[in-house]
Write a protein that binds this ligand. Structure first.
Ligand code: PEP
Ligand code: MG
Length: 759
């Protein structure tokens, strides 16, 4: 058999070469072979790595460290991983390999070309090769010395603690696992992003492209809300273009790294891709899909008008109607904790226990954040982690809402998570089933990757509008990508809570203008993502305890039961200063042409409150008869008095079932001790809902739901059967709610037709 050289060029590689060039290398070679514009690259083969191990004697030394290692002993595992990595990094690379790498680098370009150096796991027979070898990547590498160091760092990354653990658990011999390294011209993309060559859920021939400024990492990591383009392969035309407000981009930094910087004002709202670029990208996507025979998830970049295809891999979500839970696969895995599955998806990572928001500095990318309950100052840390586990809370607590919007798997209400789990412990979180397993359990996403994003244009038209809930503006693009018919609830308190200063702080420090601007900018992001579709913005509704840790929080009253306390419209009516600032932001948005903004008042218990709020708005110059003002129905009183509200002129009503349930059956929505009694389908709750829907129908007023119950397909069926006009669900639930609504509507029509025929 011919000996595999130290280096293979992309043009020489085919997918059969995976054991020499790893998954990434093989895929790039394959793409180049079908004519996709792949940046030039060579691969330092797995055989080169093996020669390095043997010639330096490292194979023996590594064996000595890892032999008899108890991978369950976290400290020992970490120590062994560090020792082996240091050995690999410090050993001298054999000169034959070094010379080959240097010669190839020179061949790419006479000048010091800037390259990306990526590890490419070769364990083709492992169920998840990315687990077997860590996916270390070094961007922006320039010069021979830096290149050689990066190659060696990639080799060392094969011995990360998590990778060793995973291999041990899967029964793979560490001594036989190899790694290849891809060295590729770094495309300093001026714009970049991802593309799904077909709809990732339904598989329809609709290409979805997301793009933003700078390097593609900004889109892949979710640091930016990208522009969203939909190209219909059937009509070969662009079906949808949504321009996002792109605040940040990732650009090369110095000679080795990258950095996140602000996008200049001129480009923030500018369209990233020209129509011709969308069409060309979609065509490349089609080529890839036809070649591989399955829809692809493609990374692309554009420099000076030239498109580069950087990566292509099969989409794994198509046809998986079930959520991403690992049900059935883990009969042998040890369950450490049970709670409520609050945000779907699975992830494996190391536990980091946070007892105070001040400690969030310890949280690293890909960790599993374990805490009593998240609060707004933890949101930056929540963005980084692979999954979230809390002791307290239910499906509508802060952790649950924010995790769903970030697309991060979460289990809430485990009661003892912070006591039972240990810092550094490797666990797998199943955000669907509400389980936390010991160790790395097969089927889970690698740490750091979020639950699959459900994107796509609406495949089904329903008579009942299916809208989406948004709490953090950065989720607006994901929310819009669901094709929802509007926003049925924008909770602005999350926007304020993220600023870490109470509204009272802004007022007493004479920074009202700053507050209005923050509100204006945050709401505008969501309005921009839903052009022509109604966005119901809810006025502030944060219980006093949620404000406590923020600047100004010391002035918040201490309440025995903040849920029943000074929140929602009752607080705004008594604090005109705070209410006026919100109205000022709305007024400016209406003036700027955002006519699709409607305002919804929370925690309303008497029509007088609605009338008073409307009067105050009129006094502040709002043309109250010509804007949409509505109420949340979340207190039984408002359901019972719905007709009075209708006569008072509400333009819409929306069930806030999270609260309506707790106030109807006296079950604290955030108390895990009574979570099993929190019953959205309690007959009393259903009666209140049914009566209110009927009255709204009589008055021709839109009646909706934005509580968590609206994200349950069973409840959606019941609501459609009982005449609801719209349902607003969480981002992750839109597809299944739309399907449930469509089926129910069809069944109702069919039954009516059959009944007519039978008469
Ligand atoms: C509700 O009560 O159902 C609701 C949507 O509001 P929140 O969860 O913000 O209280
Ligand atoms: Mg509520």
């Amino acid at each position: 058999m011919k000996e595999v050289p130290n280096i293979l060029w992309l043009e020489e590689i085919r997918k059969e070469d995976i054991s020499s060039v790893g998954g990434k290398g093989a895929s790039l070679g394959e793409m180049a072979s079908i004519g996709l514009p792949v940046p030039p690259a060579f691969v330092v083969t797995a055989q080169a790595f093996r020669r390095f191990l043997v010639e330096t004697g490292l194979d023996q030394k590594i064996f000595k460290v890892s032999d008899n290692l108890d991978v369950e002993d976290n400290a020992a595992l970490e120590k062994a991983a560090d020792t082996i990595k240091a050995l690999v990094i410090k050993s001298k690379m054999p000169s034959a390999i070094k010379d080959d790498i240097k010669a190839s680098y020179k061949k790419m370009s006479q000048k010091d070309l800037i390259v990306a150096v990526r590890s490419s796991a070769t364990a083709e027979d492992l169920p998840d090769a990315s687990f077997a070898g860590q996916q270390d990547t070094y961007l922006n590498i320039k010069g021979e010395a830096a290149l050689l160091t990066s190659v060696q760092n990639c080799w060392a990354s094969l011995y990360g603690a998590r990778a060793i653990y995973y291999r041990a658990k899967q029964g793979f011999e560490d001594s036989t696992v190899n790694i290849a390294v891809v060295v590729q011209q770094l495309v300093h993309s001026e714009k970049a992003g991802v593309m799904f060559t077909s709809h990732p859920i339904s598989g329809e021939p609709i290409t979805i492209i997301e793009g933003s400024w700078g390097l593609g990492e900004a889109v892949v990591s979710g640091s930016v809300s990208p522009d969203h383009y939909v190209f219909d392969q059937r009509t070969e035309s662009i079906a949808e273009t949504t321009i996002a407000n792109k605040k940040v981009e990732i650009v090369p930094d110095g000679s080795h790294g990258t950095k996140l910087v602000a996008v200049d004002a001129a480009r923030q709202d500018a369209q990233v891709l020209a129509d011709a670029e969308v069409a060309k990208l979609a065509m490349y996507g089609k080529i890839a899909e036809n070649h591989y025979g399955v829809p692809q998830d493609v990374e692309w970049g554009i420099v000076a008008g030239t498109i580069y295809i950087l990566q292509s891999r099969p989409i794994t979500t198509i046809g998986k109607k079930e959520a991403t839970g690992m049900s059935g696969q883990n009969k042998d895995a040890k369950i450490l904790l049970k709670g409520q599955g609050a945000a779907p998806g699975t992830a494996t990572g190391k536990v980091v226990i946070i007892r105070d928001a001040k400690d969030t500095g310890a949280v690293k990318e890909g960790d599993i954040l374990v805490t009593r309950m998240t609060n707004p100052d933890m949101v930056p840390a929540m963005r980084k982690v692979a999954a979230i586990v809390t002791d307290e809370g239910g499906m509508t607590c802060h952790a649950a809402i924010v995790s769903r919007e970030l697309g991060t798997p979460a289990v809430v209400g485990t009661k003892t998570g912070t006591q039972q789990l240990k810092n550094g412990q490797l666990v797998t979180v199943d955000g669907e089933l509400g389980l936390v397993y010991e160790g790395a359990v097969g089927g889970a996403a690698k740490a750091g990757s979020a639950a699959p994003v459900v994107v796509g244009s609406a495949p089904v038209i329903t008579a009942t509008s299916v809208k989406v809930n948004v709490s953090i503006p950065e989720a607006a693009a994901r929310a819009a990508a669901t094709g929802a018919d509007g926003v049925g609830l924008l909770r602005i308190e999350h926007l304020i809570l993220g600023l870490n200063k109470t509204p009272g702080w802004y007022i007493s420090n004479h920074k009202e203008e700053e507050f209005v601007k923050e509100l204006y900018d945050g709401i505008k992001i969501v309005l921009d993502a839903f052009p022509g579709k109604t966005v119901w913005v809810r006025t502030l509704d944060a219980p006093t305890d949620e404000f406590r840790n923020m600047a100004g929080g010391e002035n918040e009253p201490l309440e025995h039961n903040p849920m029943l306390g000074w929140r929602g419209i009752r607080r705004d009516l008594q604090s005109p200063d705070q209410f006026r600032l919100q109205v000022e932001a709305f007024k400016r948005l209406w003036k700027a042409g955002y006519e699709h903004l409607g305002v919804m008042f929370p925690m309303v218990s008497h029509p007088d409150q609605f009338i008073k709020a409307k009067e105050m708005m009129r006094d502040w110059g709002v043309d109250v008869e010509n804007v949409e003002l509505g109420i949340m129905i979340e207190i039984p009183a408002s359901a019972i008095m719905i007709e009075d509200f209708l006569q008072a002129g509400i333009k819409f009503a929306s069930f806030g079932t999270n609260d309506l349930i707790q106030y109807t059956i006296a079950i604290d929505r955030n108390n895990e001790n009574v979570a099993d009694m929190y019953n959205p389908q309690h007959p009393a709750v259903l009666t209140l809902i049914h009566n209110s829907i009927q009255k709204c129908r009589e008055y021709g007023v839109e009646c909706s739901i934005c509580g968590q119950a609206g994200s349950d397909p069973k409840m959606a069926v019941w609501l459609v059967e009982h005449g609801i006009s719209s349902i607003s669900a969480n981002i992750d639930a839109i597809a299944k709610i739309r399907e449930a609504v469509a089926r129910t509507e069809k069944r109702i029509i069919l039954e009516a037709a059959r009944n007519r025929d039978a008469e």
